[in-house]
Design a protein around this ligand. Structure first.
Ligand SMILES: CC(C)(COP(=O)(O)OP(=O)(O)OC[C@H]1O[C@@H](n2cnc3c(N)ncnc32)[C@H](O)[C@@H]1OP(=O)(O)O)[C@@H](O)C(=O)NCCC(=O)NCCS
Length: 155
């Protein structure tokens, strides 16, 4: 599995892969929306987008917004692994690369819906600490858990 930055010719494949992730569908993400949002993100210098690829198959995607957390820390906007490629270490690989790029100087912040146990275990396993809770933030009735990993040189 290889990682590289998202290129415009990858957008259709990543939109297709992510449109099958049920969590994203629940938040209104579909093929057309995915393409539009990814195209916009690629043109935005504050966004950093990477993909995981095995041969010609895209297996994962991660999106970090530079200083997207309180205009200070990096913010993980999205991570998704192909539904058929979960638990193979691809999510971990994507996060490690994002941490290499963005943990310095002010750490990495992210949100996980409180009911998304898989994602919460995943982040906790990678050393993210629960630092807060946002109620009715993304959707009414849902709670978002705020996770943070500080920069090791800064803690
Ligand atoms: C969360 C997600 C990115 C994890 O990706 P992944 O490639 O399956 O995760 P990895 O294989 O790298 O897992 C690393 C570790 O995280 C933990 N973990 C991952 N998925 C888990 C699950 N479903 N249940 C419990 N622990 C889990 C495990 O400790 C795992 O290590 P192990 O397999 O050696 O035990 C993936 O499940 C996904 O795309 N989910 C749908 C989208 C989503 O929820 N995104 C996050 C939004 S906040």
């Amino acid at each position: 599995v290889k990682l590289h930055s998202l290129r415009s010719r990858d957008i259709a494949s990543i939109a297709e892969m992510t449109s099958k992730v049920s969590l994203l569908r629940r938040y209104g993400w579909d093929l057309a929306k995915g393409r539009k949002i990814l195209k916009k993100a690629l043109a935005d210098p504050s966004s950093d987008l990477i993909v995981a690829k095995e041969g010609s198959r895209f297996l994962g995607f991660a999106w970090v917004v530079r200083q997207g957390g309180f205009a200070r820390s990096a913010y993980l906007r999205l991570i998704a692994v192909d539904t058929k490629a979960k638990r193979r270490g691809i999510g971990r690989l994507l996060m490690r690369e994002m941490e290499r790029r963005h943990l310095n100087p002010s750490g990495l912040l992210l949100l996980a819906t409180s009911t998304n146990q898989a994602a919460r275990r995943f982040y906790e396993k990678l050393g993210y600490r629960r630092v807060g809770l946002l109620r009715d933030y993304v959707r009414k009735g849902l709670r978002e858990v705020i996770y943070f990993k500080p920069c090791p040189n800064n803690s």
